[in-house]
Design a protein around this ligand. Structure first.
Ligand code: SF4
Length: 350
């Protein structure tokens, strides 16, 4: 389908309302950035979903990292976005201001290098993210093991998408599935959502042409009436995914229950290191207590991540909560829905 054809299908749609969930935060940002929202008629509504790894990371995870940094004296290595996510008492950036050793790295292997070069430090990498980023954390553990390092571990909050899809299956009329996740997992789960639960969706890429095509496919298929699944990103996503990456994840990690901000605990939706790798599991290594975090009561990230409200419907959006002074995770992350609405939609977010 050409871009012009896709655009025509979208712009001329005048049927019943279609609610489309952008599962992935990158889709939310790209759709805003490319001006695609401006093309949509009133009766195509885009709602945000839980596919921003920083946004769905539970407050208690930040509390655990702060405890490791301040009480256990660990060196915390993390992707930059996580530093400003509020914990129950403080963020990692605030812990750093109190003297904690908190460092931004671009890859988990950077943290391994720090551990190798500084045997006097106890380095903990904060492993968050979905199927896309989990393999690189596994590679880091493999490397640390190969080097015989005893001063490197992961604090894991890795999550997997299939059970989140199940938890959200009644939230929209169709789903824009994240292309990068399905590059790893393949498309079996999307097909299953359609076959077993009648959930419609399209795997989408990230360019203007790919996003417009995916939306046009949704509009066209929706009018045909039956549930559908289409891989609209076939140049990258294969039905079988990336078996090597899946094999690596399965070799080193096992499913566990996981808390998602806004969705609660979803059984089997997390990943933790297997028993054989327990020496690299910071929770076990430092005997962390179970921490139930609590977010700022004014923050409605949970409702945003379930697609129940738009960011600007949160009372503090753009007033108390801004990218400079975020109250919740969705305003911190570069993939967060609140940050996207603020950046591209102005203070009113519309
Ligand atoms: S605007 Fe801020 S406080 Fe409100 S939901 Fe978004 S991140 Fe949370």
């Amino acid at each position: 389908m050409s871009v012009n054809e896709a655009r025509k299908i979208i712009e001329s749609y005048d049927g019943p309302k279609i609610r489309v969930m952008e599962v992935c935060g990158t889709h939310t940002h790209e759709i805003f950035r490319l001006g695609i929202r401006n093309l949509l008629p009133e009766n195509i509504e885009l709602i945000s979903g839980p596919g921003c790894p920083v946004c769905v990371t539970q407050t208690g995870f930040i509390d655990e990292a702060v405890m490791l940094a301040l009480e256990k004296g660990c060196t915390i290595c993390s992707f930059g976005d996580l530093l400003r996510v509020p914990g129950s008492e403080m963020s990692l950036a605030q812990a750093r201001a109190k003297g904690a050793d908190v460092r931004v790295v671009y890859m988990p292997l950077d943290a391994v290098k720090i551990a190798q070069e500084h045997p006097e430090l106890q380095v903990v990498f904060l492993a968050v993210g979905f199927e896309t980023t989990t393999p690189i954390s596994c590679i880091a553990v493999e490397k640390a093991a190969e080097l015989g390092l005893t001063n490197f571990s992961l604090l894991t909050a890795n999550k997997t998408m299939p059970n989140a899809y199940m938890a959200l299956k009644d939230s929209a009329d169709a789903y824009l599935y994240p292309g990068h996740v399905h590059t790893i997992t393949g498309t079996g789960i999307c097909q299953k959502m359609k076959d077993d639960y009648g959930v419609s969706g399209v795997v989408a890429g990230f360019t203007a042409s790919e996003l417009l095509t995916a939306l046009a496919v949704i509009v066209k298929k929706k009018q045909e009436g039956a549930p559908f699944f289409v891989n609209a990103y076939p140049r990258v996503v294969r039905e079988e995914g990336n078996p090597k990456a899946v094999e690596m994840i399965e070799k080193m990690m096992e499913p566990c229950d996981s808390e998602w901000r806004g969705l609660g605990v979803i059984p089997g939706s997390g990943l933790r290191l297997r028993e054989e790798y327990r020496d690299y599991d910071a929770r076990r290594k430092y005997d962390l207590p179970e921490i139930r975090g609590h977010s700022n009561p004014a923050c409605r990230c949970g409702d945003v991540l379930r697609g129940e409200i738009r960011p600007y419907e949160c009372a503090v959006f753009g007033k108390v909560c801004t990218p400079e002074h975020p109250v919740g995770a969705c305003m911190v992350s570069s993939e967060g829905a609140c940050a996207a609405f603020y950046q591209y939609g102005g203070r009113n977010g519309k």
